[in-house]
Design a protein around this ligand. Structure first.
Ligand code: SF4
Ligand code: SF4
Length: 68
């Protein structure tokens, strides 16, 4: 079975709706696998390093992160 990993839905992600443009999902990642280059930028994930824990998905207020 394939390992779970996090995916950002770039159709839903709106960094401008997150306080100060800071991605809460990236902040929540215990492994710093989800990263945001700068405030107001959409985050990206390094899929090979994601452990599929789901912390990012729970943290995103817009439901823009899925773990599957
Ligand atoms: S993934 Fe979620 S928390 Fe992160 S910038 Fe996008 S909307 Fe905000
Ligand atoms: S599922 Fe866990 S390890 Fe993967 S990006 Fe989200 S918080 Fe980080």
């Amino acid at each position: 079975m394939p390992r779970k990993r996090s995916m950002v839905d770039y159709g839903k992600c709106r960094p401008e709706h997150c306080k100060d443009g800071i991605c809460l999902a990236a902040q929540a990642c215990p492994n710093k696998v989800m990263r945001q280059e700068a405030p107001y930028e959409m985050p990206d994930v390094h899929p090979t390093m994601c452990v599929g824990c789901g912390a990012c998905m729970e943290a995103c207020p817009l439901g823009a992160v899925r773990v599957m």
